[in-house]
Design a protein around this ligand. Sequence first.
Ligand code: SAM
Length: 248
Amino acid sequence: MAETVLDYEAEAAHYDRTRGGAPRAEAAAAAVLRLVPPGARTLLDLACGTGLVTERLVRPGLRVYGADAAHAMLRVAAGRVPGRTVRADARRLPLPDASLDAVCAVWLLHLVPFAADVVAEAARVLRPGGVLIATVDKDAAHDVGSDIDAVLRPHRRTGAASDGSGPIARAAAAHGLVPAAGARFTGHGQGATPRDTVRKLRAGYFASWFQGDPAVVDALAAALAALPDQDRRRPDPRYRLVSFVGRG
Ligand SMILES: C[S@@+](CC[C@H](N)C(=O)[O-])C[C@H]1O[C@@H](n2cnc3c(N)ncnc32)[C@H](O)[C@@H]1O
């Protein structure tokens, strides 16, 4: 669901436990690998976080690197893909032009207001014919038709999402990257509960939908608190990945 930008330095301690752990990471890595061309020899996992997905991308003949802006996340990743991590802002990678066969970004673009700059930087480091793979439309994936969604849907503003598939495709096109393929993966353990959703609502996760209007927050919290089975997870979302290929 739409998140305020979290403090990932603090989040590192809880991240693997709260983001679906190994099952979600397995699903994400398998979906990314479906979009990596068979001949690719290098893959950068941009915003690799704790490396939970990164380590599952490693294949014979495929050299996998991870980059992330948060020290604490990267420290965990460094234990998973030793010697293959770098601390970097996704807009300014310490890599030469045209140096990689593939770049992936799982769950990054929805977080940042500068997604187009990230796409531009990925295009810069990709060799001709290289592939960018990224999650798009993350918020929309959370609308699984549950009773929670029925409460939130009237307020959901997916059109404004920074990882909207339309704007991302336009940013890619501006840098010579053309749409190639798509894949989906299950966000194991990411199904919402009413109680958790109230907590997130109070913490400001959805503030951008209604400018944080306290009256709306109170009304939505009351409606969510009235739902049955406060701690039962609703169905897991299915996240969307798209790939773009550079002109060779
Ligand atoms: C939701 S986590 C995703 C981590 C990993 N890709 C995964 O699927 O588990 C988002 C990550 O993006 C990183 N991040 C946020 N803004 C960034 C930026 N401008 N440059 C590089 N990393 C960034 C955060 O530090 C965090 O580790």
